[in-house]
Design a protein around this ligand. Structure first.
Ligand code: GLN
Length: 292
């Protein structure tokens, strides 16, 4: 038996899991492992292969204090400070939405519409994960991302540096940000956006991790959740080339409403794409060539 006070990797993992389970954390086991990886600066195979190794006291203290945070429903990614998305590493904090797997669907669709060398605008860029991934997978994208939040843009800039991708980020409400880089007159080849789209009355029902720790500004899409889609489509007349494509991430029940918005504005080739869970996740549409 291990001497009193000695804790092994497995002991800590078990202790963390039990503590998190008691606090009603859904993925207690995996979260305890991820927090342990973070504290020990180790990967999964180290944790699995070295269960009997003793852990030094500083690491035990650090681990326990992070488990305490997670027990308060602070998102795991705010504890580790990172989230993987499209194979890239993204820094996150409470100023940006944590990149979701759902949003990879938007990027994958965008990569089928966007060619090397295009001018691409990402509205409500947040952590920058959408624009940085697109620019990272294509060549010579003239990439611009706008956001109303200065704090979010600070994170986005660090993420572009971290992933060695060049994006011009600018602060402003949707297209207004373009004034700050003298590109307000520019027409882009494609516009992408994962805007806030949750109906205001649904916000109180979100998981504690999301509702209490992620920026509400990045989630609240107004009374019917469609405010940003309307404003982006309206403004696209000035900022999207004829024949250019708009791609939106949407909520699982918004495909019809967003399709109608595109139709009302004369858009063509309107398509809905499902994510890997089988939910409607992206609507894309093309601005007709013969439009003003
Ligand atoms: N899919 C996100 C969530 O469920 C919402 C993202 C958004 O509003 N753009 O929290």
């Amino acid at each position: 038996m291990a001497p009193v006070g000695i804790m092994t990797v497995n002991d800590l993992r078990r202790e963390g899991k039990n503590e998190l389970t008691e606090s009603g954390i859904r993925d207690a086991d995996i979260d305890s492992v991820l927090i342990l990886e973070h504290v020990l600066k180790a990967d999964r195979s180290y944790i699995l292969l070295n269960g009997d190794r003793t852990v030094d006291n500083d690491s035990i203290d650090a681990y326990r204090s992070l488990i305490e945070k997670r027990k308060k429903h602070i998102p795991l990614q705010h504890i580790t400070g990172h989230q993987e998305f499209m194979g890239f590493d993204f820094i996150v904090n409470d100023s940006v939405l944590i990149p979701r797997q759902d949003t990879e669907c938007l990027v994958e669709e965008a990569l089928t519409e966007i060619n090397d060398g295009m001018k691409v605008l990402d509205l409500c860029t947040g952590s920058g994960c959408v624009m940085i991934s697109i620019a990272g997978y294509k060549n010579d994208i003239d990439a611009v991302g706008t956001d109303i939040s200065e704090e979010a843009l600070e994170v986005a800039g660090r993420n572009a540096d971290l992933n060695k991708v060049y994006v011009r980020f600018c602060k402003g409400d949707l297209y207004e940000g373009l004034h700050n880089i003298n590109e307000y007159e520019t027409k882009f080849d494609a516009i992408v956006s994962n805007p806030p789209y949750i109906r205001s009355d649904v916000i109180p029902t979100l998981m504690e991790e999301v509702r209490d720790h992620e920026p509400l500004k990045a989630l609240d899409g107004g009374t019917d959740g469609l405010d940003f889609y309307r404003r982006i489509i309206d403004g696209a007349n000035e900022h999207l080339i004829p024949g250019g494509c708009i791609l939106f991430e949407i909520g699982y029940d918004q495909a019809e409403a967003v399709t109608d918005l595109f139709k009302k504005n004369g858009y063509r080739d309107i398509e809905t794409v499902k994510d890997y869970s089988g939910n409607d996740r992206v609507v894309k549409a093309r601005r007709p060539i013969n439009m003003r």
